[in-house]
Design a protein around this ligand. Structure first.
Ligand code: ZN
Length: 273
């Protein structure tokens, strides 16, 4: 079976120190946590950054640069920068896609709108067209985030219109309180709709993390871990680092007999070389 790509989602934009004291907030903390994940076996890190004054998510390219540059110096990680901004706060399109200017190898691409945390995370057709256009111009591969089946339909239509290039790479986000549940049946239904030549990874939110990771392990997909998606290491026990999650998946995958992809191997698997 293909080697396993582990992505670590370091911080997201919504989790505060009140929710868990272990969430990386400053640029230095984000860099350090990503570095530890790389050492533990992650080949991709999914990056949000926080406003140093408020601790909230920001799409300020200057702040992103303070995370991107040290990681490029110290590691060979694949960087996947967010274009979601602060989901639900719906920043202007050009602000959301500004980090693409730093030419990461991947950028997140949320392929439709969804209710999220009492508000609506808007990804309008206009936003998707503009984000796809900018990623194409800059040679950044979209990581297509899928919360529901309609988002796959949208992505395939954009592929047919020449806006997204194959092979597509999907990131399934299962188990949010507003989208597809983190169950095998739910996932299999979504999986049936992606093209055979697509690559995919899976996020199980919260308690969905390990069950969905095991689906990916067995089915030849890839796995995203990290505090953005899940703050608990086990029931009622907060994770203290992102690397803990990477280490656990590495251990399980090795026992299972699936090798872990290096960043260069991940580039080959995802056709981003
Ligand atoms: Zn994110």
């Amino acid at each position: 079976m293909e080697k396993l790509i582990i992505t670590a989602a370091i911080t997201g934009s919504r989790i505060t120190r009140e929710i868990t004291p272990h969430i990386p907030i400053t640029q230095a903390e984000i860099v350090q946590s990503a570095y530890e994940c790389w050492q533990a076996g992650a080949s991709i890190v999914h990056i949000h950054v926080r406003d140093p004054n408020t601790g909230q998510g920001t799409q300020d390219v200057g702040v992103f640069r303070q995370v991107v540059e040290p990681l490029r110096e110290k590691t060979d990680l694949i960087l996947c920068l967010t274009t979601s901004g602060i989901p639900g706060r719906n920043l202007p399109t050009e602000d959301r896609i500004a980090p693409v200017d730093l030419k990461p190898e991947l950028a997140s691409f949320d392929a439709g709108s969804i209710n999220l945390g009492g508000t609506v995370f808007i990804n309008s057709p206009e936003f998707l067209d503009r984000a796809a256009e900018k990623m194409k111009e800059t040679g950044v591969k979209p990581e297509i985030e899928i919360f529901d089946l309609g988002m796959i339909v949208t992505s395939l239509r954009m592929r047919d219109q020449g806006k997204l290039d194959e092979p597509l790479h999907f990131q399934f986000v299962l188990g949010t309180p507003w989208g597809a549940p983190a169950t095998p049946k739910s996932f299999l239904h979504l999986h049936e709709h992606i093209p055979d030549n697509a690559t995919w990874s899976i996020i199980g939110i919260g308690k969905g993390h390990l069950p969905m990771s095991m689906m990916a392990l067995a089915m030849g997909g890839h796995i995203r871990v990290g505090l953005e998606d899940n703050i608990y290491y086990s029931k009622g026990v907060l994770a203290e680092t992102n690397a803990q999650f990477v280490e656990r998946i590495v251990k399980i995958a090795r026992e299972y007999g699936r090798e872990i992809a290096t960043p260069d191997e991940a580039r080959e698997i995802l056709s981003i070389e």
